[in-house]
Design a protein around this ligand. Structure first.
Ligand SMILES: [Zn+2]
Length: 275
């Protein structure tokens, strides 16, 4: 029997914090533990606001290496180092080039602290643009995304034993990989930056509406929205059979079925428990 996966949206904006929402990050709890999908600059703040202890994370999975998807990592590492005094390892998974880019980021932002001084093991696992790679006990199926090639963009589907499969587009314009990553997924978290087409490196609701039938995930949740895209997506949600993420919303993902209505709840701000 598969257990539910719980996904809390920590950041659902585009790169520009549209509507005051946070940068890309999702907190996921499955049968193996807790992990983050992307870790944008606002992720540490979102954890604190929602009472999520970042020390609970076993791993962080990065779809690509743009700042609004990885910029929270230095904050996470100093938090684990000084506030939580973490001893157990942390795994950072991402596309090819992840280890070098993250180490550079940390060395530039906290040069006296992070390079080599962590009291816990920081493990890196990189995946190819297309492949299947085990990362912290989960199988990551990666597909090349239609986005800035300098940041090795991937769409990913995470499969853990006993858990529904979670797919995430990362940043991507419309491409065949979105169809592939959604096939077999219990949920696809998909970017939707604009209401109408702007360029081929990001997806618009207009394109999504045209291609909706090709996405086979049991649930479709939109994220990485600017304000206009979010308004348009909310208006079209029922017609396109999709949901629209917002910061702080907790999604319960089950295997799905005709009797399984989505259960989404808003996590309260300032929940106790986070140091
Ligand atoms: Zn990007």
């Amino acid at each position: 029997m598969r257990r539910a996966v719980h996904i809390t949206a920590l950041g659902t904006s585009d790169a520009f914090n549209g509507g005051g929402r946070g940068n890309s990050c999702f907190w996921v709890e499955d049968a193996l533990g807790a992990y983050a999908l992307d870790f944008g600059p606002t992720a540490p703040l979102a954890c604190r606001r929602l009472g999520l202890r970042c020390d609970a994370l076993d791993a962080v999975y990065l779809t690509h290496l743009h700042g609004d998807h990885i910029g929270g990592l230095p904050g996470l590492l100093i938090d684990l180092c000084f506030l939580h005094r973490r001893a157990r390892p942390l795994t950072i998974g991402g596309p090819v080039g992840t280890e070098g880019r993250v180490r550079e980021l940390c060395a530039l932002t906290y040069p006296g602290v992070l390079p080599g001084a962590l009291p816990f093991a920081l493990r890196f696992v990189e995946w190819p643009l297309r492949g299947a790679t085990e990362v912290a006990g989960r199988l990551v199926r990666s597909f090349p995304a239609q986005h800035d090639p300098a940041v090795h963009p991937t769409c990913v589907r995470l499969e853990a034993p006993g858990a529904p499969a979670v797919a995430f587009s990362g940043d991507s314009g419309w491409c065949a990989s979105l169809v592939e990553v959604s096939d077999g997924a219990d949920v696809l978290i998909c970017e939707c930056s604009y209401p109408t087409y702007v360029f081929d490196g990001h997806l618009s609701l207009e394109e999504l509406a045209r291609e909706r039938g090709a996405l086979k995930a049991k649930r479709l949740i939109l994220t990485h929205l600017n304000d206009a895209a979010r308004a348009a997506a909310l208006s079209a949600a029922a017609a396109l059979d999709l949901e629209v993420a917002d910061d702080g919303v907790l999604f319960e993902i089950t295997r799905g079925g005709p009797d399984d209505a989505p259960k989404n709840t808003q996590r309260p701000l300032g929940a106790p428990g986070a140091p």
